[in-house]
Design a protein around this ligand. Structure first.
Ligand SMILES: NC(=O)N[C@H]1NC(=O)NC1=O
Ligand SMILES: [Zn+2]
Ligand SMILES: [Zn+2]
Length: 507
């Protein structure tokens, strides 16, 4: 009896404590250690270079990193006296810039991981100098349209992301008039919402009209988070361009171009502007913001956006590297790698996009990396009308912007503004997007003059490199190193062993 009591009162609690220690140990030791997260072992170090891009301009100097943050930025040689406090990584003449923030990526997981997925997608991002990306709510299955589906996203990302990843939620007819559902999704941490004004190509992501969008903006006003819109409206059948599969040559790019004229973009923007006037100071949706994704039409649609900005609407617009790198005239028959919507337009339009970007009327760039299976690109058949619409580009956006932008005289500070500063602001990331004391140490180091051939030998981390529109091109701008919150996650063809990016959830 006495022995039984001893067992019950002494041994059992002891065993329970031992067991919890064991569980705690197993849990913590299964998390990657710091040395697996980074290719450098130090917690405190200096990055030095003759070309560091800061908000005050390009400087020669050093960036001091500690515990994942930038703790000082020092101009000139002053840092020499202080290095006793840490290691030095000297990059010489290479450019040290804030890591890119891609606000428009489709990573397709869960549900269509065979198209891309968190692991390959964020490895490609890291290799391309992208330190944060915001995942779109569609192309994965299910779409991210509720608190529950966001939870599935975050769970699927765990342990697989090599850079930081935030999430946009979907604004769809099913939740647009249901403020508590939308608030549930926003409270769960999406950084804003995204909707389509034309069919999205994905069955569980139906399109919205202006009244859905108006409702969405009212809810978003309270949260001060943006609504991103795919702005193309398919007009009624009468004015729909007559293109018939089989009659017109579906392998010809001009056939596809006819099916999505600039008037689709113009009609959508016109409709959106009836709603965005509410976002003006003192307006009923003040605090809300509307962001037009992947603008292709640099004529009427852009003029309308400029006008709305002038009137004080809270509105921004992005375009993508493929619209400023390529023109319709050069797309070969059957080369469906170039199919996207809105489509890549003529060379004069491309010139106008560059002009708008350099003059500040287009606010930022994003990849709209939207890959799929090679089979669905129908590369053999080359049918532009039936192939998946979406360009695969994630890893290449920095060298592409630089290579095609050089002839327009773009500067390193412009690159940073389009790819880091303004995207950080759109996504509400105050500690990202600039090399400044107190910010996350999210940094890309790259060599603008180093050229490379994008051929089969080039280390490419997309799941399906062959479908990228950039394969076969010669580019300049080689990424040497990528740091995410102080972890050196990528260095010349090598990734850190563990995926230590974090999911970014708004609160
Ligand atoms: N669903 C999807 O990714 N669609 C994208 N593809 C594209 O080319 N434009 C888009 O909006
Ligand atoms: Zn789109
Ligand atoms: Zn997209």
């Amino acid at each position: 009896m006495v022995e039984m009591d001893f067992l019950r009162w002494r041994l059992l609690p002891l065993l329970t404590i031992l067991a919890s220690f064991l569980i705690f140990y197993i849990k913590t030791s299964s998390k990657p250690s710091n040395s697996e997260c980074s290719l450098v072992a130090y917690d405190r170090y200096w990055i030095t270079s003759k070309r560091i891009v800061t908000p005050e301009g390009v400087i020669s100097g050093a960036v001091e990193v500690k515990g994942g943050s930038i703790i000082s930025v020092v101009k000139g040689e002053e840092w020499h006296g202080k290095v006793g406090r840490g290691q030095v990584i000297d990059y010489g003449e290479a450019v040290v810039m804030p890591g890119l923030i891609d606000v428009h990526t489709h990573l397709d997981e869960p549900g269509r991981t065979e198209w891309e997925g968190f692991s390959s997608g964020t490895k490609a991002a890291a290799a391309g100098g992208i330190t944060t990306l915001i995942d779109m709510p569609l192309n994965s299955f299910p779409s991210t349209v509720s608190e529950e589906t966001l939870r599935l996203k975050v769970e699927a990302a765990e342990g697989k992301i090599h850079v930081d990843v935030g999430f946009w939620g979907g604004l769809v007819p099913e939740n647009a008039f249901n403020a508590s559902a939308l608030e549930g999704l926003l409270n769960a941490g999406v950084l804003g919402l995204k909707s389509f004004m034309c069919p999205s190509g994905i069955n569980d992501f139906p399109m919205t009209n202006a009244s859905h969008i108006k409702e969405g903006l009212y809810v978003l006003a309270k949260y001060k988070r943006p609504l991103l819109v795919h702005a193309e409206v398919q007009p009624d059948s009468k004015s729909y361009p007559e293109v018939k599969d089989g009659i017109d040559d579906a392998r010809s790019y001009s056939t596809y171009l006819k099916t999505r004229p600039p008037s689709w973009e113009e009609a959508a923007v016109r409709e959106l502007l009836t709603v965005t006037k509410d976002t003006r100071t003192g307006g009923p949706a003040e605090g809300a913001h509307l962001h037009i994704v992947h603008l292709s039409d640099a004529r009427s649609s852009l003029d309308l956006i400029k006008g709305a900005k002038g009137s004080g609407d809270s509105i921004t617009v992005e375009t993508c590297p493929h619209y400023i790198a390529f023109s319709a005239e050069e797309i070969q028959d059957g080369d469906t790698r170039f199919k996207c919507s809105p489509p890549i337009r003529d060379a004069t339009n491309k010139e106008k996009l560059w002009e708008a970007l350099t003059e500040g009327h287009i606010d930022m760039l994003s990849s709209d990396h939207s890959p799929t299976l090679p089979e669905l690109k129908l590369l053999d058949e080359g049918n532009f009308l039936r192939a998946w619409g979406g360009i695969s580009s994630l890893q290449f956006v920095l060298p592409v912007t630089w290579s095609y932008g050089r002839k327009y005289g773009i500067t390193l500070n412009q690159l940073t503004s389009w790819w880091s500063e303004r995207p950080a602001k759109l996504a509400g990331q105050e500690l990202k997007g600039a090399i400044a004391s107190g910010n996350h140490a999210d940094i890309v180091v790259w060599e603008p003059d180093a050229e490379f051939e994008l051929d089969d030998n080039h280390p490419t981390y997309h799941k399906h490199p062959s479908i990228s529109a950039y394969m076969g091109k010669r580019l300049s701008g080689k990424v040497l190193a990528t740091f995410v919150r102080g972890n050196l996650v990528y260095r010349e063809g090598k990734h850190a062993p563990a995926a230590c990016g974090v999911p970014i959830l708004a609160r």
